[in-house]
Ligand binder design. Structure first.
Ligand code: NAP
Length: 278
C-alpha cells in the first residue's frame, strides 16, 4: 500500500484565505486583527519561526506586534509584558514563542496570557476548555492535526488513536481533542514499554516526540492514518518516510502539520479579534 500524502500546504492556504477574508471585513469596520509575538532571547530557530509567522500575518492582512526581550529576562519581566499585552485593546492575540530560556518559568509566563487572547492555546484554562468541550482556543499544532483529519474525511469516532508524546502544548492536547471526537486514545511517552507494538495497533498514529524518524515503517499498521507532527534538524519528522509505503494516509514532513499550524494560529487570531470587537 502506498499512502495518500496529506497536503498541509494546500490546506493552510485555504484556511489562511478564509482568515484573510474575515480579517478584511473586520478591517473595513476599523479593527485590524493584531497578534503580539513575544520572543525571549535570540535562539536562531525561534527567531526564524517568529519571522515566518510575521510574514504570514502581513500577507493575510493582519498586524503583528513584535516584542523582543533579552536572553537574561526574568519570569517577572516576561509575565509583566504578557500582562500588559493582555490589557492592551489593540492586541487581539498573544504568542509566546517557546522554548524560553531556562531561568524563565514557562508555565507561569503562559498563564499571564489572558484566555480570550490565548490564540496559541497554551494556558491551563484553554486546555481545560478543550478537555471539557467548552469554547476556547486549541493549541495550534493539535488544532492543525484535527484540521488535517477533517480535511481528509477521517472521523476519529471509534478509532484507536495512539499519540506518542505528552507535552502540554502538543501530545496531551492532541489526545484530548481526539478523545473529544470519540476516539479511543492511548498515550505513549519516554517510559512506555513496547512502543512499537502499541503503535502497530493504531488506526490513527500521531508522532509528537522530537526524535528524527523514531517511528519505523514496521510500527505502522497497513492502511493506518499517520500524522507526523515532529520537526527535527534537517527538515525531518518523527516518522520514517518509508512508513508512507504502509500507511493509508500520511501527513508528511515537510508540508504536513507545520504549515497548517501557522494557519490555525492566524485563523484563531482573527476569531479572537471578532470576539473582542463584539
Ligand atoms: P517535548 O516537550 O520535548 O515532548 C516530547 C514528548 O515525547 C514527551 O512527552 C516525551 O516523553 C516523549 N518522548 C521522548 N522520547 C521518547 C521516546 N524515545 N519514545 C516515546 N516518547 C518519547 O516536545 P514537543 O514540544 O511536544 O515537540 C515534539 C515534536 O513536535 C518536536 O519535533 C517539535 O519540533 C515538533 N513540533 C512541531 C510543531 C509544528 O508546528 N509542526 C509545533 C510544535 C512542536 P516524556 O513526557 O516521558 O518526557
Amino acid at each position: 500500500m502506498t499512502a495518500e500524502l496529506m497536503d498541509g500546504t494546500g490546506l493552510a492556504r485555504r484556511i489562511i484565505a478564509g482568515a484573510a477574508g474575515r480579517a478584511a471585513e473586520l478591517a473595513a469596520a476599523g479593527v485590524v486583527p493584531c497578534l503580539a509575538t513575544v520572543i525571549v532571547g535570540a535562539d536562531p530557530a525561534s527567531v526564524t519561526y517568529v519571522r515566518m509567522k510575521q510574514r504570514r500575518l502581513a500577507a493575510a492582512g493582519l498586524a503583528a506586534r513584535p516584542v523582543e526581550l533579552p536572553e537574561s529576562a526574568s519570569t517577572a519581566a516576561v509575565t509583566a509584558v504578557l500582562r500588559e499585552l493582555s490589557a492592551d485593546p489593540r492586541v487581539h492575540g498573544i504568542l509566546l514563542q517557546h522554548p524560553v530560556p531556562a531561568q524563565v518559568d514557562e508555565r507561569t509566563a503562559f498563564e499571564a496570557i489572558a484566555p480570550e487572547k490565548d490564540v496559541d492555546g497554551v494556558t491551563m484554562r484553554s486546555f481545560a476548555a478543550l478537555s471539557f468541550g467548552r469554547p476556547g482556543f486549541a493549541p495550534a499544532t493539535p488544532g492543525a492535526i484535527m484540521a488535517l483529519l477533517d480535511a481528509y474525511g477521517v472521523d476519529p469516532a471509534g478509532q484507536h488513536a495512539v499519540v506518542i508524546g505528552r507535552s502540554p502544548i502538543l501530545g496531551k492536547p492532541a489526545g484530548m481533542m481526539l478523545l473529544s471526537r470519540d476516539a479511543t486514545v492511548t498515550y505513549c511517552h519516554s517510559r512506555t514499554q513496547g512502543l512499537a507494538g502499541i503503535a502497530a495497533t493504531a488506526d490513527i498514529l500521531v508522532a509528537a516526540v522530537g526524535r528524527a524518524e523514531l517511528v519505523r515503517a514496521d510500527w505502522v499498521r497497513p492502511g493506518a492514518v499517520v500524522i507526523d507532527a515532529g520537526y527535527n534538524a534537517g527538515n525531518t519528522g518523527d516518522v520514517d518516510p518509508a512508513a508512507a509505503e504502509v500507511a493509508g494516509l500520511m501527513a508528511p514532513v515537510p508540508g504536513g502539520v507545520g504549515p497548517v499550524t501557522i494557519a490555525v494560529l492566524l485563523d484563531q487570531t482573527v476569531t479572537a479579534a471578532q470576539q473582542q470587537a463584539g
